[in-house]
Design a protein around this ligand. Sequence first.
Ligand code: NAP
Length: 247
Amino acid sequence: MGGTSDGRQLAERLALDPRYGVVLSFAGRTRSLQLPPVPCRVGGFGGVEGLVEYLRRESCQALIDATHPFAAQMSLHAVRAVEQTGTPLLRVECPAWQRAAGDRWREVPDMEQAVAALGQAPRRVFSSVGRLEVEAFRAAPQHHYLLRAVDEFSIELPHARVLAARGPFDVAGERELFERERVELIVSKNAGTAATYAKIEAARALGLPVVMLARPVLPPAPTVAMWQSALDWLDRLHGAGASRRGV
Ligand code: NAP
């Protein structure tokens, strides 16, 4: 289960290994989805029962959850589904970003708290939290918002602009963007990925405050921090000399 660059890289690597038959699954949220050159499926499974049915129908012998750390429902469904099927499950999840010297973070548990943290006085806000989450900003229409997302979208806010862009981003570019747009405050998910960390570094360099959305709590599952470790897990699971397996 993908939707991240980790999932994509892992699937591409597994597709080169004749011991494995891999299918990479996407939710299908992104309109500009670029499918990698590996077998893919797109769309929800239909809840826990749908995933159970899929794992059985496709005789999957391993399930790797390489979804985004904020894709909490899918990760929960994976845990519940393998309880029924007995399929070995591994979660690939990069560690959360840690506050460094010079960071001015305010950690919040959800978007409601993030909006409250913006304060009453109008400010110039940069946010990359995602198309669905930005709806919460409608509760504070006094601010100016620069909203970056993979796809273009519209939002009913008097002072909002959408910036469609796909990472990875670099620090110089992020810094230039924040200065040009006179950004005063950043709202970010604690994604933990290197691909989007540049905005946090740029904020630090410019002394900008960051409202940081804490990660959702996921049910426990065997977890590795890097997609490469999933290769070792599969090797251990099925034995280095095993014949073709479904992942
Ligand atoms: P979510 O809330 O955890 O999942 C909602 C539903 O979307 C799931 O119940 C499932 O539908 C379907 N779904 C999610 N990931 C799927 C996958 N990889 N393959 C097939 N179906 C999937 O997930 P989300 O936050 O909407 O994220 C959707 C996708 O975008 C994920 O693949 C995630 O990795 C990626 N993404 C999310 C974020 C984020 O901040 N949330 C950021 C970047 C990328 P059914 O119940 O019908 O099976």
